[in-house]
Ligand binder design. Structure first.
Ligand code: FMN
Length: 187
């Protein structure tokens, strides 16, 4: 069984990236489970705060969830051809202290997914993530990719993923990612 954590890089209530993550449990193959974790409560990184007050509860809790997970799925928006600041800020907190990085992120299979209302499908953002993921010692999945365009039409008014073609694409990606996680577990 693979127990994955899903993080959305968008804080927006009506976020398509978060909605995409929420569709994963029903589209994933048996044996692949995903819980969505929020980064909304993580404050701006400030080394003085870390020094004086320690780690915010939201950071410590998410660190432990990632450390215990078999895999991570990042559903990323693309802002100015890179990753959103809120997502990078969360990673920066999660990567402190640096000597904890191997425990939290080491050898962690990471699936990058993204969807844009316009064109592009978050290709630049997903590429930008790779530098960060390499710094953390994770194991990004390259066996398949998910760059979804024109995503607005794929969801109904309640942000349920209803488009059959998109559901199929997500399902195929998850099948492949789940196999990767099962065959090369984090250990
Ligand atoms: C500051 C900002 C910069 C953006 N830059 C890009 C971009 O470079 N490429 C792109 O495809 N979309 C860009 N967008 C559009 C976002 O991708 C879009 O708002 C996002 O996919 C919405 O995601 P959500 O529905 O998960 O909140 C940008 C949006 C914002 C707010």
């Amino acid at each position: 069984m693979t127990a994955a954590i899903g993080i959305s890089g968008s804080l927006r209530q009506g976020s398509f990236k978060t909605a995409l993550l929420r569709a994963i449990p029903e589209l994933a193959p048996d044996g692949f489970e995903l819980e969505v974790a929020s980064i909304a409560e993580i404050p701006l990184y400030d080394a003085d705060v870390q020094e004086a007050e320690g780690f915010p509860d939201a950071v410590s809790a998410l660190k432990e969830r990632i450390a215990a997970a078999d895999a991570l799925v990042i559903s990323t928006p693309e802002y100015n051809r890179s990753i959103p600041g809120v997502a990078k800020n969360a990673i920066d907190w999660l990567s402190r202290p640096a000597n904890d990085i191997p425990r939290v992120f080491g050898n962690l299979p990471v699936g990058l997914i993204g969807a844009t209302p316009g064109r592009g499908g978050t290709r630049f953002a997903q590429t930008a993530w790779l530098t960060i993921l390499s710094a953390l010692g994770t194991r990004p999945f390259f066996g398949d990719s998910l760059f979804l365009d024109g995503i607005r039409r794929a969801f109904d008014d309640d942000l349920r993923l209803t488009d059959p073609k998109v559901r199929e694409l997500v399902g195929v990606y998850l099948e492949s990612f789940a196999t990767y996680c099962a065959e090369q577990p984090r250990g």
